[in-house]
Write a protein that binds this ligand. Sequence first.
Ligand code: ADP
Ligand code: AMP
Length: 213
Amino acid sequence: MKIVMLGAPGAGKGTQALNIAKEYDIPHISTGDIFRANIKNGTELGIKAKEYMDQGALVPDEITIGMLLNRISESDCENGYVLDGFPRTIPQAESLRAALSENGDKLDYAIDIEVPDEEITKRMSGRRSCPKCGGTYHIEFNKTKVEGICDVCGTELIQRADDKPETVLSRLETYHKQTQPLIDFYKEEGILETVDGTVSPKEVFKAVTEVLG
Ligand code: ADP
Ligand code: AMP
């Protein structure tokens, strides 16, 4: 199964992508996580990506598309994957479609998680992330068993540098301008599914599994 998660930053894409990956035994691929790992390791890619991420802007397509297409050509992707944070622009979506169709393949679902902007800012300020396994928590809405420690791998959680209120606002603006048009793109492809993202993470996942079957 090949799935794309759509939605504003903070809508719950990562939270639900992890659930889907576990339930359907497919890899969870987050371009944001790949960039953050590169930043942490001080790679050339990380240094370039950081400039954009710190501004709440998108990393250029020339960097992002090649990186993602390489990742999905790895052997663990043969039975599908759930993409979280890619595509974020129409050229990214077109490149993915073209790469898949070269092998007579296509995406199965694009799941849009809908959450209004007012709710997003609350979510981002309380988000805590695991730098090791990509786990995502919230200090109020999705607490860890032990405060500040990842439930899955025991690593100390961090607050992402781009979750400060100023950056969140520019990320939302970037989303509306560059990423939201993908909703119509996938509607036209006939694979768009919309779920209400304002209910609890468990209820959102229930709606997602109803879509995926
Ligand atoms: P995205 O990957 O879309 O940026 P995340 O999955 O990281 O979003 O979720 C953003 C924040 O909101 C996290 O702190 C997460 O724990 C919290 N969250 C996710 N889903 C819900 C939900 N349904 N209700 C309340 N908070 C949520
Ligand atoms: P995320 O972890 O998905 O919230 O992404 C964090 C940041 O990484 C974004 O604000 C962008 O700067 C960058 N990023 C992640 N995925 C992409 C993408 N597909 N295209 C461009 N930039 C991206």
